[in-house]
Design a protein around this ligand. Structure first.
Ligand code: ADP
Ligand code: ZN
Length: 598
């Protein structure tokens, strides 16, 4: 479909909406006039309040009706066919009407000898009609606007709170990577003239609340360009066929206001791997296909950067990740101790704190918290302080806020309980201590107990990029280092956990490769078996050979585990020191580690 046609259609739609609105307003007014006229009609006689009271006491009144909110009551007299309208002279008179909640009626309190007369409350539908129509109109108008205008434009000129990189704490490397995008948005011509190709799509990967949206907004703010955002789930919740047209509209709008940023949150909702062409998935495929078309269809003059956020990059359709689409990926991890302190500092800016508050120690107590969690904690603490009528936020207020947020977090199993933290600390210390005793493994870069992905912690090694070959000794020592975590758990806590499952998997694969790929087994000799390529290879070699491979793999792993346990027992004091330091600081740098085991 051509762009012109789309524009025309949009305009037509707008005109129709306006016409409907005007018509409805006129209709509403007409009805309102009719109703008021009817009420003032001559066919109703009016009687004064005193007269009403008199008639009631005379016993000539059969029924009195009152409309909620109106000053008149409808009176039906006994033996009289016609109804009279009684005018209540002033609202004060209503005091004499007693509301009986039990029977949901109103009584007029007369002299005691008179029986109470019930006044039924009958709401006059007609008097409400205009209001109802107007209300319905407003709702419809909002709905219609929403349909045509789901992508919100935060124009950098109209947004007062302009978010820049200064509002994003930590994430220095991520921000650094984004600087070229900001430069490009500010001055695209320079890049084009140079013949440089700038990424069109950047995928921001990370858990919820790690600041993906924030950094996307900051790029827009930093470059002073509009920010159009939309959530992937918004594309698909609509009726069939609308997802694709929404994607088209979104990019159309972006082209109109370019240079700009498009931000698609939860892209996995549309970008999940395409499967069979059935039912709901077909709709999803259309949306995804449209997105792919749009990503490919940028002209050179259009300075648009598409940022997309997801927590599950592995779910995405491979087509989305191809060059020219989302070919750049930036992973945003949960903040470390320093990052958390920085985030707390940013969100503390506009708050009043008592002197006993130490944001650093709060950062220490909040391992595993995201930036959003930390912002939330400070906000909760301000609420708690207000409720407690404190002059400023106290440390206790913050501790209460942490607890309040933690309970919510534990459900999502994102906060590390103290017991798990201790286990992780000894596990990681085990890797580190064992490694430090092995010639090929001792180059440790960082030890951490901050959860990352599925792992509760990690021990990072320096990688030597000049290396081409790995020796048998190195592979054997790698096995020992990998099993060091499990060994420490067993010796210190006298129990083992599932935390080592990945280590064991990696170790087993290395051991298998040593025997079947690199021919490192003395007894089996230099042989390479690739059962993935040829499933019958092992059959060819015979059952006994298969058993022998299994036995060799087991020997490698058992030997490594024995060595790891021995190294742990020999270095218990160092292990304790490192584990303690981990519990306190969460992350230990290479230097700090060397200092600890000196
Ligand atoms: P995501 O898009 O990754 O789910 P958001 O960007 O929506 O996360 O983050 C939610 C809120 O958490 C932000 O608006 C901000 O207040 C806070 N936040 C998260 N990360 C940071 C950070 N690095 N610096 C400052 N505030 C942060
Ligand atoms: Zn481990």
């Amino acid at each position: 479909m051509s762009e012109q046609k789309n524009k025309k259609e949009d305009r037509k739609k707008q005109i129709t909406i306006i016409a409907i609105c005007i018509l409805a307003v006129i209709l509403g007014l007409l009805i309102y006039c009719l109703v008021t006229m009817k009420n003032n009609g001559e066919d109703k006689k009016e009687i004064a309040y005193t007269e009403l009271v008199k008639e009631i006491s005379d016993g000539t009144v059969e029924k009195v009706e009152m409309t909620v909110g109106s000053t008149s009551v409808k009176v039906k007299l006994k033996d009289v066919e016609e109804e009279k309208n009684a005018i209540v002279p002033n609202t004060q008179a209503f005091i004499e009407f007693i509301h009986d909640k039990m029977n949901d009626g109103i009584f007029i309190n007369l002299e005691q000898k008179q029986p109470n007369i019930l006044i039924r409350i009958s709401s006059n539908l007609f008097s409400f009609l205009p209001t109802l129509i107007l209300l319905a109109l407003v709702v419809i108008m909002f709905k219609m606007q929403g349909l045509g205008d789901k992508g919100k434009v935060y124009d950098s000129e109209t947004t007062k709170s302009k978010i820049t990189f200064d509002d994003v704490a930590g994430l220095e490397e991520e921000k650094h990577e984004m600087i070229e995008i900001v430069d490009f948005l500010k001055n695209p011509k320079r890049f084009y003239d140079m013949g440089a190709k700038i990424p069109r799509g950047v995928l921001l990967c990370g858990q919820p609340g790690t600041g993906k949206t924030l950094i996307a907004k900051a790029i827009a703010g930093q470059a002073d360009v509009p920010f159009i955002s939309m959530s992937g789930s918004e594309f698909i919740e609509m009726f069939a066929g609308l997802g694709a047209s929404r994607v088209r509209k979104l990019f159309e709008k972006a082209k109109k206001i370019s240079p700009c940023i498009i931000f698609i949150d939860e892209i996995d909702a549309i970008g999940a791997r395409r499967t069979s062409n059935s039912g709901a998935e077909t709709e999803n495929n259309q949306t995804l296909n449209q997105l792919l078309v749009e990503m490919d269809g940028f002209d050179t003059e259009e300075t648009i950067i598409v940022l997309a956020a997801t927590n599950r990059p592995e779910m995405l359709d491979k087509a989305l990740l191809r060059p020219g689409r989302f070919d750049r990926r930036i992973t945003i991890a949960l903040p470390d101790l320093r990052g958390r302190e920085a985030i707390l500092n940013i969100h503390a800016k506009e708050k009043k704190f008592a002197e006993d508050v130490n944001l650093k120690s709060i950062a220490e107590d909040t391992a595993g918290f995201s930036g959003a969690d930390l912002a939330n904690i400070l906000n909760e603490s301000a609420i708690i302080a207000t409720i407690n009528e404190h002059d400023a936020i106290t440390n206790k207020d913050i501790e209460d806020a942490v607890k309040k947020v933690t309970v919510g977090l534990e459900k999502q199993s994102r906060v590390v309980p103290e017991r798990d933290k201790r286990l992780t600390a000894f596990h990681e210390a085990g890797h580190a201590i064992v490694s430090s005793q092995l010639e090929t493994q001792k180059d440790i870069k960082e030890v951490s107990i901050i959860p990352r992905g599925v792992a509760g912690g990690y021990t990072m090694y320096r990688t030597n990029e000049d290396k081409y070959y790995i020796s048998k000794t190195e592979m054997e020592e790698k096995l020992v280092a990998l099993l060091g975590g499990r060994a420490a758990e067993k010796i210190v806590l006298n129990d083992i956990s599932t935390g080592a499952s990945n280590d064991i998997e990696v170790a087993t694969n290395i051991a298998k490769d040593m025997i079947t790929k690199y021919g490192m087994s003395e007894s089996l000799g230099p042989i390479s078996i690739n059962t993935e390529q040829d499933p019958y290879e092992l059959q060819l070699l015979g059952e006994k050979f298969g058993d022998a491979i299994g036995a060799e793999v087991k020997i490698l792993l058992d030997t490594a585990y024995q060595r790891a346990q021995k190294l742990i027992t020999e270095n218990m004091d160092k292990l304790n020191k490192v584990a303690d330091a981990l519990l306190k600081k969460e992350v230990i740098s290479a230097e700090e580690f060397q200092e600890l085991i000196k």
